[in-house]
Design a protein around this ligand. Sequence first.
Ligand SMILES: [Zn+2]
Ligand SMILES: [Zn+2]
Length: 252
Amino acid sequence: MRQGLWLNGLGRFLAAAAALLYPERCRICDVERATVAEGYVCARCRSGRYGVRWIRRPFCERCGLPFEGALTTRFECANCRGLGLHFSKARAAVLATGVVRDAIHRYKYHRALWHEPFLARLLTDQAVPELLCERWDWLVPIPLHPVREREREFNQAQRLAKRLSAASGIPLNVRMLLRVEPTKTQTRLTRRERAANMRQAFALRAGVSVCGQRIVLIDDVLTTGATASACAQVLRAGGAGDVCVWTVARGV
Ligand SMILES: [Zn+2]
Ligand SMILES: [Zn+2]
């Protein structure tokens, strides 16, 4: 009994200490209330001027790039025509701007894992209804090179894909693709250099058959699509029936 009381007291002390260390406050504005389940991004930051911008039609049917104006015919943008992309379509939930861009940057480069529920929810809200209308066999995260993964200590694509798998029931496969070359960081490269950098970067794991499989590649952000396209090329060459891409955000 005495021990129980002591443990109760300890529990209260730990809860109070956790509240001090991790207050339920938005990590973007540091003012409004936001919970762990919200990924510490408050309602005001989500809806404000720099808030979440959902991607709606019209967009490029191939790469998902949104654009202004009305369209009556199927449209592919100049980016796609120039690159010869190997996936059948890429879709993103939101634009990589404002609060989304900030949260992704902190999540990836500063290990701000508390933003993950926010980012994963954007992806699942948009992707699950669409994915369940189609028939897909696997969710496959874009692999990081082992060296990069050790530096970062996690693969953001894999973590997001795991949450999407739980929400959609489509199984996760992290053993299909390998990253075989440490690629230079993409951010300062031109489009042409990115495509060249990505060629030869991925391989099918030995002994894996993808024949006839319908595969959804998952990543946090899609910019030109060169990385996802290089993965799709490998999967298609291995006999995959279809390869599409879903990302949380679309770089613009
Ligand atoms: Zn906020
Ligand atoms: Zn396009």
